[in-house]
Each structure stands twice: as C-alpha cells, then as structure tokens.
Design a protein around this ligand. Structure first.
Ligand code: ASP
Length: 455
C-alpha cells in the first residue's frame, strides 16, 4: 500500500515522455517562429536546436541500438532455454510455438495490408517527404545498393544470409540482427538438448544477463523523456510542417485499426472456432488483464494478472497456463509485430522509399522474428523496429518520426500482446485437454480430483 502511494506520488514515466514530447514540439516551433520573425537567413535559433539539442536525441537512438544485440541474445536464449521441460511438454510446446507464430504472422499481414491500403506516409506533404528523402538520400542509396546486389546473387541468398559464419562479426552490425537471432535460437536449443547439470552455469548466465539488460533498458527509459524532447525539438525545427503530425494521425489510426481487428476480430473468432467459447466470455475473462497491460505497457508486468485471469476465469489448467503464458509474454507479441510492419512501411512511405514485394516479404519475416526477440517491457518494440528498418534498408533515424505517438501506441499494442497470449493459451489447452469449466473457482483442485477419481 505504501509502495503504491509512493509510486503514485512520482510522475509516471509515460507522463514525463508526453511532457518531453510537448516541450520538444514547443521548442522546435519557437525556434522556427523566432527565425521567421527575425528573418534570420542563417536560421540561428534552429541551428542552436540542431547543434545543441538534437545530439541528445541521437544519443537516445544510439542507446537503443546499443542494447539491441544483448537484448536479443539474452531474451531469446532465456525464452528458449526456459523450455527445459520440452520433453515432458513437447506436444504442448510444439503446439504453443506454432500457434504463437501463426497469430504473429496474421498480425503482421493485417498491418501490412492496412498500411499499404491507407498509405499513411503519404499524408505527409510531398515537400516534407522530399526534404526528408534528400536528408536520408545516402541511406536510401544504401538500400538501393543492397537491392541491386541481392539481384546479382542467387534467389536463396536471404537464406544463406540467415546463417552467420562469424557471430562476432554478425553482432558488430545492427543490420545483421537476423543472424544474431538465428544464433540465439540455435544456442537456446543447444542448452535444451544438453544435460541440465552441465549447462546450469551457462543457463544462469543468460537468465542473469537478461535481468541486467532489462535494467539497462530501464536506465535508457529514464533518459527517454530528454531523448524524446530532443528528437521532437529537432524534428520540428528541421521540418516545421504540421503535415507531419497529420501524417502521424493517419499512421496511428492505421495501426489502431490493425490492433482493433486483432482484439475484436481475430482472437475472439479463433477462440470461438477452436474452443466454442463465446465473445462475452472471452472478454469478461481477460478484460482486467487488458487494462493492466494498457496502463503498464508491459506484458511481463501484466503476466501475474494474465495467469490469474486465464486460469480462474477462462478455465485453462494451471500446468498449461504456467507453461504457455510466460513463453507468450516473451515470444508472442502480435501487437508489436503488427506495429513493426505498419511503422516500417509508414517510415518508408514518408521517406519516399519504394519497397519491392521482396522487401515487404522480408519485413514480414523480420517483424515476426523481431517481435519474438522483443522483451516484454515498455518500448521494447521500438528498439526492435530499429532492426526491422535496418534489415529493410529504411533509414533507422526514421524512428524519430513516430516517437511522438509511440507511448500511447505501445500501451495499445501491449493489450494486443496480452490478449493474444490468453487466446493462444485457450486454444492450445483445448487441444491438449487442459481447458475446463471456469465457474469452478479452484480449477486445479477440481482437475486433480477428477483425475484421481478416474485413476
Ligand atoms: N511494451 C510491449 C510489451 O511489453 C512491447 C513493445 O514495446 O511492443 O508487450
């Protein structure tokens, strides 16, 4: 209770970030207005913002990129090696992973279709997009070069590129993240297949590394209001056109539409088709966890509530829930994957970068993998977005464009992440005979009694 009242006294981080954004926008506009009023040819005040404020934004982006490799390695190795019971629960594990990946791919495709239909990036006026394109010309050229070099190589080059020949070389460049993910998955599988007593130290090391990485993300998030302030101020000072915000409105609506389709369409439909449980039942069961997800922006923080709701109100047996949900919190992030597809293509549209079908298919793969690798903490999605952008050859600094609305969208995508975990846990539990009647309060006892009665 006292802890709670203490934390309420402090201003919540998302408010600090929102204040940072607003102040940044104000400072950016003030710089523009002063320069316009004084007719300053050399844009003196804007220059001050760009020279002395923008670097703090660049430092923030660098911090996010800095933690990307350790984050992927620690969170993936931990998530996979946690499946040490996979022999006992191999059926459950296999079905869980397949269903998780399937829902993630559905979410990416929904995001992809919507962003290509609505084209929110085009709501940013042409002049702004042109100036952004000039600004990021070099990076765009890099993408064209990659595309051209890919054309010259064989059709299976992307597959070859998945497998690094040197992990240190792969980890030294953010655009090789898929190779790092491949290595982390392989490493996790290696741990599962080894005798636990022989791998205890290495497993503990990655579990602990995961803790440290999450703490570092906390530190970066403490800095985030300043970083966001600097990014917004320089963004506005460099591109003082309200069209950008009109563009962000359409981007947000596109993503929210995709997330709503997942929450109100895909999940209840899948739950109904596979378990016969109705719409109202599903939402009244998972509702409180959705609210916690919305307010905390973290699937990990919401996990205890998700487990309680899924076990006691949706009828999933404890053994299944406690296996499926923690993995889901780390691995299954449908809201995040949908967001990454929408955001990556929005940024490409805003920078006037034409993405080929091949590049868009690449985004489906990287967004799926990046959402799997994302930690279940606030803003993990935007870190992984840097990777999706890098892999697709879209300027990574483009994340500055969407920062202004990222926090509220993070809250919404976390709701989808948690709802997806709950839906999949019901579907998988039904298929393994571990879904029962939730009206029985103490379901576990009920299940045990039933079992002992039949034995
Ligand atoms: N905040 C999200 C979660 O914890 C991850 C993300 O940033 O997309 O589920």
């Amino acid at each position: 209770m006292s802890k709670r009242s203490n934390s309420m006294k402090k201003l919540a981080l998302h408010w600090k970030i929102i204040i940072g954004m607003i102040l940044g926008i104000i400072i950016g506009f003030v710089a523009v207005i002063i320069d316009n009023r004084t007719g300053s040819e050399s844009n003196t005040v804007k220059r001050i913002v760009i020279d002395y404020v923008k670097p703090f934004g660049t430092i923030f982006i660098n911090g996010l990129k800095l933690i990307a490799v350790p984050l992927i390695v620690a969170s993936l190795v931990k998530a996979i090696s946690d499946m040490k019971d996979i022999s006992k629960l191999s059926k459950l594990g296999g079905r869980t992973l397949i269903t998780y990946i399937a829902t993630t791919v559905v979410a990416v495709i929904i995001g992809m279709v919507l962003v290509n239909l609505i084209k929110p990036g085009e709501y940013i006026p042409l002049e702004i997009r042109e100036s952004l394109s000039v600004q990021y010309q070099e990076a765009a050229q890099g993408k064209i070069d990659v595309a051209l070099s890919q054309k010259e190589t064989g059709p299976l080059q992307a597959l070859i590129d998945l497998v690094p020949s040197n992990i240190f070389e792969a980890a030294s460049e953010n655009k090789n993240m898929l190779q790092v993910i491949f290595f982390a998955i392989l490493f996790g599988i290696g741990i599962i297949l080894s005798a636990p007593e022989k791998t205890k130290t290495v497993k503990d090391f990655f579990d602990n590394l995961n803790e440290v990485v999450l703490k570092i993300i906390d530190l970066i998030m403490i800095y985030s209001p300043l970083g966001v302030f600097a990014l917004m101020a320089s963004l506005v000072a460099e591109n003082p056109d309200p069209g950008i915000f009109a563009g962000l409105g359409m981007y947000s609506l596109t993503l929210l539409l995709g997330l709503a389709i997942m929450i109100f369409g895909v999940y209840p439909l899948l739950v109904y088709l596979f378990t016969g449980k109705k719409y109202g039942f599903f939402f009244s069961g998972i509702g409180p966890a959705q609210l916690v997800a919305f307010t905390t922006s973290s699937s990990a923080a919401t996990l205890p509530v998700t487990m309680e709701r899924v076990e006691e109100h949706l009828g999933v047996k404890k053994e299944a829930a406690s296996f499926i949900l923690p993995i889901g919190a780390t691995v299954n992030m449908d809201g995040t994957s949908c967001y990454q597809a929408v955001a990556a293509i929005f940024i490409a549209q805003a920078f006037d970068i034409d993405l080929s079908i091949g590049a868009q298919l690449g985004i489906i793969l990287t967004a799926t993998l990046a959402s799997i690798g994302a930690a279940a903490v606030p803003s993990a999605g935007i870190i992984m977005l840097v990777i999706v952008l890098g892999q697709a050859g879209i300027p990574e600094a483009g994340i500055a464009l969407i920062f202004a609305v990222d926090r509220p969208l993070d809250m919404c995508r976390t709701v989808v992440n948690v709802t997806g975990d709950a839906a999949v846990s019901m579907i998988v539990a039904k298929s393994t005979g571990q879904l029962g009647d939730p009206k029985v309060k103490d379901w576990d006892d009920h299940y045990n009694n039933e079992n002992s009665a039949t034995n």
